[in-house]
Write a protein that binds this ligand. Structure first.
Ligand SMILES: NC(=O)c1ccc[n+]([C@@H]2O[C@H](COP(=O)([O-])OP(=O)(O)OC[C@H]3O[C@@H](n4cnc5c(N)ncnc54)[C@H](OP(=O)(O)O)[C@@H]3O)[C@@H](O)[C@H]2O)c1
Length: 218
């Protein structure tokens, strides 16, 4: 499958690695597709001919059979505007973003919550896309192959299209090694984005990102 990732930061490049490992073709989109980080990422995958490429946000979105949003929160409206919402019509869009507000420094605060969420904001910006919130509650080093001594951690997902969530689970989350729990419609982002804040808060407290959530049952 052709996967277009809007966002060239740690998350975009890490998920790109994972998707390529699963046999997919990945184009990472950026305002500057030739910048160092991306050129290094493309050349690291140089042996997988054509598997890794870069382009503008618009090129990544039109390349995508499935798209991933992995820009900073304040970059989302601009990235989508450059990419053109028409390039997302009918497509699954994985929203990895967290609506973080760094204006008062770190740790950040949530810019939206309680009665709305980043995930729902993205869906309003892309009304004809099938937005699935996933991967937002963990640090990028653990997004692919989250190996923890306590067993597979849990990735909670939400979205309004059941089939889209199943595809994201079956094609990516399960092969990467996550246990997945579907928490329902995209309004579940109102829970998952604060959960990401808990992850982030623990990161700042311990100066260590080696933690993940697991749902225990009996
Ligand atoms: N870092 C993590 O471990 C982690 C974990 C879970 C979720 N997340 C979420 O995932 C997203 C990506 O995080 P990240 O750490 O990989 O990267 P980031 O530093 O938050 O974002 C980098 C990307 O945002 C784009 N961007 C920034 N300002 C922009 C603007 N005004 N217009 C268009 N694009 C803009 C950059 O585009 P250019 O390439 O053009 O500069 C770049 O591709 C964030 O929303 C974050 O909250 C991060």
């Amino acid at each position: 499958m052709n996967i277009g990732i809007l966002g060239s930061g740690d998350v975009g490049r890490r998920l790109g690695d994972g998707f390529i490992e699963l046999g997919h073709n990945v184009k990472i989109g950026s305002r500057d597709p030739n910048k160092n980080d991306i050129a290094q990422w493309v050349s690291r995958h140089g042996t997988d001919e054509g598997k890794a490429s870069s382009g503008t946000f618009s090129q990544a979105a039109s390349f995508a059979e499935l798209a991933v949003l992995a820009t900073s929160w304040d970059g989302i409206p601009n990235a989508i505007k450059i990419a053109d919402h028409k390039n997302f019509v009918g497509k699954i869009v994985i929203d990895v973003t967290n609506p973080l507000d760094f204006t008062k420094g770190a740790p950040p605060r949530l810019a939206v919550g309680h009665t709305d969420s980043g995930g729902e904001t993205v869906q309003r910006l892309l009304p004809q896309a099938k937005v699935v919130k996933a991967f937002n509650i963990t640090g990028n080093p653990h997004m692919v192959h989250p190996n923890f001594p306590g067993g597979p951690p849990t990735m909670f997902v939400c979205g309004n299209d059941d089939n889209a969530k199943k595809i994201v689970t079956d094609m990516f989350l399960t092969p990467f090694g996550w246990e997945t729990v579907d928490i329902g419609g995209l309004e579940g982002s109102r829970l998952l984005e604060p959960l990401a804040m808990l992850w982030i808060s623990h990161y700042f407290k311990t100066n260590n990102g080696n933690h993940a959530f697991k749902l225990l049952r009996k």
